[in-house]
Design a binder for this molecule. Structure first.
Ligand code: AMP
Ligand code: MG
Length: 325
């Protein structure tokens, strides 16, 4: 753990520091320093073709680093930034962010809404590249302790900002087209809120939809396994598919746990209630991570109906990617 001043000094030297944000903890490094970007990839064991989201202090801070912004840009930022939304924008040919974007011709930008994190960016006056602060493929950390356990020995330190407010990574919006926004990664903010905000600002002609099929490949990270506990997590369609003769842990909603009589061999890891999705999101990664603490022979996730809300879709997306059939 380290204090604000120590964190800023370490970042200035080109080191990497885990930073709190309102979504998940990020592994931060100054985005324009090649050595810092290299350290982020190395500490996470991140595939070299997987670009890093860059974090900025405010809209004016972003503008010099991108080539074009769409007409609805100001309206979007007004509504959702600082906050849990990231924007994919075209990058100029010559850019100091080239190493951070890992070969892309775009950069994904976010203005986080976390006072400590904003203060770090403000004092450095530089964009901070910060992917989630976990070993590549593993669960994203939502507390300073989770970072410390996973990456503590490979980074300069962790700036503790307490538990993250949302607990899920940001919504990523593709803003490279002038009249269409594609949601590349579901998060706390979804199409209904975006359409409403744009309409209020006079942009009723902009369509907003979730990425489908090949559009999903725009995010290089989507092809990698993610959010996985060490124990293989098997996805089953119903509570009745969890065997009663195997010592196992089962990741379920409160409602699904109540839907069956369970043998003693099954340890419940209750995700919370389907009627309180913000709470499910906030603790999701700690629950997934806790599967590794039970000394059981197997772990199951009973696939749930999380619903069509933005958060429901985001929760389903992370749980499906954490588990396998
Ligand atoms: P994380 O690394 O956990 O912060 O997640 C960031 C996600 O954003 C990864 O899946 C990246 O592939 C994706 N990403 C970052 N920058 C870009 C970019 N310029 N274009 C498309 N996807 C990006
Ligand atoms: Mg990640």
């Amino acid at each position: 753990m380290m204090g604000l001043k120590q964190a800023i000094d370490a970042l200035r030297r080109g080191e990497v520091v885990a930073l709190p944000t309102e979504t998940v903890y990020g592994l931060g490094g100054v985005a324009t320093k090649d050595a810092a970007v290299e350290r982020i990839f190395a500490a996470k064991g991140r595939p070299r073709d997987n670009p890093l989201i860059c974090h900025f202090f405010d809209a004016e801070h972003i503008l010099p680093f991108v080539k074009d912004v769409p007409p609805y840009w100001d309206a979007l930022l007004q509504a959702f930034s600082p906050g849990p939304v990231s924007y994919r924008l075209p990058l100029p040919q010559e850019s100091t962010l080239r190493p951070a974007v890992a070969g892309q011709s775009t950069v994904v930008c976010r203005i986080p809404n976390q006072p400590l994190c904003l203060e770090v960016i403000r004092q450095l006056q530089q964009p901070i590249a910060a992917p989630s602060a976990n070993t590549s493929g593993r669960v994203s950390p939502t507390t300073a302790e989770m970072v410390e356990v996973d990456l503590g020995h490979r980074i300069a330190g962790v700036l503790d900002g307490g538990p993250c407010l949302y607990g899920l990574e940001s919504t990523i919006l593709d803003c490279c087209e002038s009249s269409r926004i594609t949601i590349l990664r579901p998060g706390a903010v979804g199409p209904d809120e975006i359409v409403a905000a744009l309409k209020q600002a006079g942009f009723s002609n902009v369509s907003v939809s979730y990425a489908e099929g090949t559009q999903q490949a725009v995010v290089p990270g989507s092809k990698y396994r993610h959010y996985a506990p060490e124990q293989t997590l098997l996805r089953v369609p119903s509570v009745h598919d969890v065997p009663d003769d195997v010592s196992c842990a089962v990741l379920v909603s409160q409602e699904s746990w109540a839907a069956r009589a369970w043998p003693d061999s099954v340890v419940p890891v209750i995700l919370g209630s389907r009627s309180d999705l913000p709470a499910v999101a906030r603790e999701l990664y700690q629950h997934i991570k806790s599967l590794d603490e039970h000394h059981v022979d197997a772990a199951y996730y009973v696939e749930e109906e999380w619903g069509d809300s933005s958060l429901g879709r985001a929760i389903a997306n992370r749980l499906n990617r954490a588990s396998e059939l």
